[in-house]
Ligand binder design. Structure first.
Ligand SMILES: Cc1ncc(C[n+]2csc(CCOP(=O)(O)OP(=O)(O)O)c2C)c(N)n1
Ligand SMILES: [Mg+2]
Length: 560
């Protein structure tokens, strides 16, 4: 009965609503626009950790990475106007990466609405295309309902971000309302007829290929699917930056289907007769810019399984479209048992290709970055979380690191720079017992280098590698190819990264030769502090397989 309920201000009602959702951490940068929320969180500080960050871009990546790692919505608080604009980057990442996330933004009081008051933005319009749902909570009594709706929406079907704007008067007002229990995650299941059709199509296939990707997975579903795939002898690949959905050491694993794909794997996917895609969106990066699978009617018999009904038939008209959650589909799949001895030879051949493809090749310079990644892959504990950002440096990581289990990889499938460092930090805060490393570019790292202060403040001991080539290398590569010799706007003058680390109270190392990496890593790993290791690589080594000078020569030759 309402009259028996305690009267609380909006900020406390919101904090209690988060606690009811099981929220344990929230990331943000404070603003005067949501002071009552901080006051509410102060009461619950033993239950919910509010991690105060240095820039909303970093905070929003942390919330996204937290959601990606745990499967529970990452929670972000930003102030109105400038906080909301700074925070957009992680919301876009959550949208493209299908990560559950709930973002709270301060808002001008209702009485000032639509006057373009101080820092006023209509978030429904601003965030409309970046989210699953945007709303503004105009009445204090309805906070529990809106929060419940937000968590349901973020997790249901294809997960994604939701934004709730909080007008100041809603937060300062008082009400006596009941809390709402934790949300349910609702995902559809396949029908028996659909599973029978999967059996019929797959059992008669000569060159099948399974592709896994997207959001909404869990460790149990991944392990069970792996067992099923191994028992069938099927070859499997993973979509762009979703390499941890299948143990890369399995002899059925054929590699990642993303940027810089193994050309033999690409050919094999193009020539597959049946393509079983589970959870992946079949986006531009995963389809080799829509070349591996032709749009809109694929040559392969496409079985597309996705939790979001909107994704089915969005680009490709599948032979069989199944609207199902990944776990629900795997559970149904487990009832099917069939085998085609012919598949095994093909799977073995693909595996051999993968092993050759992922063996590091020599690159210019004294520091062999591919060997460094291989060294880490061979030695880091199996459950280490490896967070990466966007840039060519990530190419070596994708190619030479073997991911060994679910959620050992955190990467932005939307190709958003600056992700690796805050993502690693969020992982360390979410699961302090797990080892964590970040792999960053020099350009990439400095987009959120300020979060080193957050790592030090919360004692998050993880090692970040900064691959320093003094370039926005990816763009330089494209520039040399398109406009050879006309270098402009792609060179970087970097700080002394060791001094930078030390200035924050972190551990710093710089490595210029391959042999010096292991001892530097051991020191950083053992420092018990946030640590940075600068890897000075030869800028000519632009990808694991080619050099800038080779790209320039080739472009000049074809221009002649
Ligand atoms: C937020 C953001 N800004 C710009 C870009 C465009 N971009 C993609 S890669 C890249 C350069 C990356 O430089 P660095 O981190 O040094 O990695 P490198 O390519 O040199 O290895 C840029 C500017 C992007 N993807 N994301
Ligand atoms: Mg660089």
């Amino acid at each position: 009965m309402k009259s028996d309920l305690e009267t609380r201000h909006g900020g406390r009602i919101l904090a209690d609503a988060l606690a009811a959702q099981g929220v344990k951490a929230a990331f943000g940068v404070p603003g005067e626009s949501y002071l009552p929320v901080l006051d509410g969180l102060h009461d619950l500080r033993e239950q919910i950790k509010f991690i105060v960050c240095r820039q909303e871009g970093g905070a929003s990546y942390m919330a996204e990475a937290y959601g990606k790692l745990t499967g529970e919505p990452g929670v972000l608080f930003v102030t109105r106007g400038p906080g909301a604009t700074n925070g957009a980057i992680g919301v876009h990442t959550a949208f493209q990466d299908s990560t559950p996330m709930v973002v709270f933004i301060g808002q001008v009081p209702n009485e000032f609405a639509e006057r373009e008051a101080f820092q006023e933005i209509d978030y429904r319009r601003m965030y409309g295309q970046l989210t699953k749902w945007v709303a503004q909570i105009d009445r204090v009594e309805r906070i529990p309902e809106y929060v419940s709706h937000a968590f349901h929406t973020a997790c249901a079907g294809r997960p994604g971000p939701v934004v709730l704007a909080l007008p100041e008067d809603t937060l300062f007002s008082q009400a006596a309302v009941a809390d709402v229990p934790k949300h349910h995650t609702v995902r559809p299941a396949p029908s028996p007829a659909q599973i029978e059709e999967v059996r019929r199509l797959l059992a008669s296939a000569q060159r099948p290929f399974v592709l896994l990707g997207g959001g909404g997975w869990d460790g149990d579903a991944c392990r069970r699917l792996q067992r099923w795939i191994e028992a069938r002898g099927l070859p499997v690949g993973t979509s762009f930056r979703c390499q941890d959905l299948f143990d890369n050491r399995s002899s059925n694993y054929a590699g990642d289907v993303g940027i810089g794909i193994n050309p033999q794997l690409a050919e094999r996917i193009k020539n597959a007769d049946v393509l079983l895609v589970i959870g992946a969106r079949l986006g531009e990066m995963t389809t080799g810019a829509y070349t591996l699978v032709e749009a809109p009617v694929p040559k392969q018999t496409l079985i597309h399984v996705h939790a979001g009904a909107d994704e089915l038939g969005r680009v490709y008209r599948p032979a069989l479209a199944i609207n199902a959650g990944n776990a629900q589909f795997v559970q149904a799949l487990e009832r099917l048992a069939f085998d085609q001895p012919a598949w095994r030879a093909d799977t073995e051949r693909l595996r051999q290709n993968y092993l050759e493809w992922t063996t590091p090749r020599p690159m210019p310079g004294e520091l062999q970055y591919g060997e460094v990644i291989k060294w880490l892959s061979d030695r880091l504990p199996e459950d280490t979380v490896v967070a990466g950002g966007a840039g060519n440096f990530a190419g070596w990581l994708h190619r030479h690191f073997r991911y060994k289990g679910f959620r050992t990889q955190l990467g932005p499938t939307n190709g958003s720079m600056g992700y690796g460092y805050p993502a690693a930090l969020a992982a360390k805060l979410a699961e302090p017992k797990r080892p964590v490393i970040a792999v960053c570019g020099d350009g990439d790292f400095l987009m959120n280098g300020q979060e080193l202060a957050t790592a030090v403040q919360y004692g998050a001991a993880f090692v970040a590698l900064i691959v320093n080539n003094g370039l926005y290398g990816t763009i330089r590569m494209h520039q040399e190819r398109e406009y050879p010799g006309r270098v402009y706007g792609t060179s970087l003058q970097n700080p002394d990264f060791v001094a930078y680390a030390r200035a924050f109270g972190a551990h710093g190392e710089s490595v210029t030769r391959t042999a010096d990496f292991a001892p530097a890593f051991e020191r950083a790993w053992g420092s018990g502090k946030p640590a940075l290791i600068e890897l000075r690589i030869d800028p000519d080594a632009i990808t694991p397989a080619t050099t800038l000078s080779a790209i320039r020569q080739k472009a000049l030759k074809s221009a002649r």
